[in-house]
Design a binder for this molecule. Structure first.
Ligand SMILES: Cc1ncc(COP(=O)(O)O)c(C=O)c1O
Length: 493
């Protein structure tokens, strides 16, 4: 048994119960680094025997550590010390921004070969883009506005487009005026300028775990500490959130409320409202990233937290990339009044303004109701692909692979056998011409895990039918190999 555990000393006559004494000593060992990040905690029964206490005492201590975000338990595997990034983020990242950026690059991309069947990307296939309509719209803009379309645009965004967007949002139950809308060059830029405006190195940010890799990259590039909060089937774990808010006092909380990337989870209305109330009470800025709400395939009407935000606290971001064309780099943001100037300044510093030509074109696209028709077309295409993916998975995936049908969005989150390494699954699928997104990319502590994400956005139904059995086969092969052959380590000497 490791020295750290041997040195634990519990006193039966003491004002603190045994489990709290154990919790405090383990906490100190983790924070001082004596229990290394990523290491497995002593098995519960073994530690209980060593200390001469009931296993319940150890379970309670581990639970308290988990509530603090210091350890995480993985079903069938044990309890592991969380990586420092999850607790103290910046301290474990290089000081130099350049180095931090280099590390980021690995977290949002995976190598692919050109012929591979790509279940890792959420980008719609190019043949779905409404190129002809857009060509006609751009010609109309050029005929109407001539050179004006190529001038600098105001940083907040082209005013008529902001009016059209306000109208669009009103149909979704989000009431705002053009003055409170900031046009951005993609939702990713929105997240990044929020981070740049509100965070400095060492600040704390909370995210769901797992979460969108681009948000993690922006927060970390600024040297922020990322604190992960687990997700449940109806949204963020409110108890864990409350506890970690008190402990870490973050400045920002970033969530995706509908068809979350990567899990596909949707928040219940009750949870949306509870989350808003907690952020109100704790004075935390809430960022709601609403990239997928329109993509419901089961007829359900999804709500956004922003709808309940009567005192205007939520920064709401909406992207058009997954429904229209990601290369347009068009999205918008609604922010509380007191933050608007700061965000606009950050936008100006980033790129002065989003392309005036494309803003004008998108405005006309909305006004001529072409958006509505295209949205319906995309919903239908995605629905067919989604249903084909779920069907193929139900037929060919081994029973140990657990997934639920999210009913919308672009992500299907799969939980493999407890011993599965999806970093390895990724490699073996790649060797067989298929790309998946391994779970490690989406967890703030980057741990290898038995989860992976599949998306059907870029694939035809035929290609989906070819690709899913290949993943199923690799899952079976990895499930059948013994843990010994599955995990081999070599000293780096
Ligand atoms: C949740 C989420 N937010 C933001 C983005 C980035 O979107 P955009 O292309 O608008 O920058 C993505 C892209 O996949 C995403 O999944």
């Amino acid at each position: 048994m490791q020295d750290t555990y041997v040195s634990i000393h519990l006193q039966r006559i003491h004002p603190l119960p045994l489990y709290q004494q154990l919790y405090q000593q383990l906490k100190e060992a983790i924070q001082s680094g004596r229990l290394a990040s990523g290491s497995k905690m002593c098995p519960i029964r073994r530690l209980a025997e060593h200390l001469g206490v009931n296993t319940v005492t150890v379970v309670q201590a581990y639970r308290a550590l988990e509530r603090d975000g210091l350890v995480s338990s993985q079903v069938g595997r044990g309890t592991f010390v969380c990586a420092p990034t999850e607790i103290t983020g910046a301290s474990s990242w290089p000081d130099s921004t350049v180095q931090r950026m280099e590390i980021q690059a690995d977290s949002w991309q995976v190598p692919v070969s050109p012929q591979a069947i790509n279940f890792a990307t959420l980008t719609p296939a190019a043949e779905l883009f409404p190129v002809d309509d857009f060509q006609s719209i751009i010609n109309q803009v050029l005929d109407r506005d001539r050179g004006q379309a190529f001038g600098y645009q105001e940083s907040q965004g082209y005013y008529p487009l902001r009016c059209s967007v306000a109208e669009y949002l009103a149909q979704r139950g989000i009431i705002c005026d053009a003055e409170s809308i900031q046009v951005i060059s993609g939702a990713q830029q929105g997240i990044d300028i929020i981070a740049r405006s509100l965070l400095s190195g060492g600040d704390r940010v909370m995210t769901e775990s797992p979460t969108y890799t681009g948000a993690l990259a922006s927060f970390r590039a600024l040297g922020a500490h990322v604190i992960a909060v687990p997700l449940q089937s109806d949204g963020i774990d409110i108890d864990a959130l409350k506890h970690r808010l008190k402990l870490h006092q973050p400045k920002l909380l970033y969530v995706m409320t509908n068809y979350q990337n990567p899990t596909g989870i949707c928040y219940s209305v009750a949870k949306q409202q509870a989350l808003l109330e907690i952020c109100r009470q704790e004075g935390v800025v809430l960022i709601e990233d609403d990239s997928f709400t329109e993509l419901a395939y089961d007829g359900s009407e999804r709500r956004a937290i922003k709808e309940w935000d009567e005192d205007n606290r939520v920064i709401y971001i909406k992207s058009f990339s997954k429904i229209l064309m990601p290369g347009l780099r068009l999205a918008f943001m609604l922010a509380p009044q007191h933050l608007q100037l700061r965000l606009m300044a950050a936008k100006h510093i980033a790129d002065i303004s989003t392309s005036g030509l494309l803003q004008r074109a998108f405005d006309l696209y909305l006004r001529q109701r072409l958006w509505k028709g295209h949205l319906e077309y995309m919903q239908k295409c995605y629905r067919d692909r989604y249903q084909q993916t779920i069907r193929a998975m139900q037929i060919s995936f081994p029973p140990q692979a657990d997934f639920s049908a999210p009913g919308g969005g672009l992500c299907i989150w799969v939980k493999g056998h407890p011993e599965l390494s999806t970093d390895r699954l990724y490699q073996s699928c790649l060797a067989n011409g298929v790309v998946i997104a391994p779970g490690s990319h989406f967890f703030p502590d980057k741990r290898d895990s038995n989860f992976f994400r599949l998306s059907f956005a870029a694939l035809s139904e035929d290609t989906i039918s070819q690709g899913i059995p290949i993943i199923a086969r690799q899952l079976q092969l990895l499930d059948n190999s013994s843990p010994k052959t599955r995990r081999r380590f070599s000293p780096l000497l």
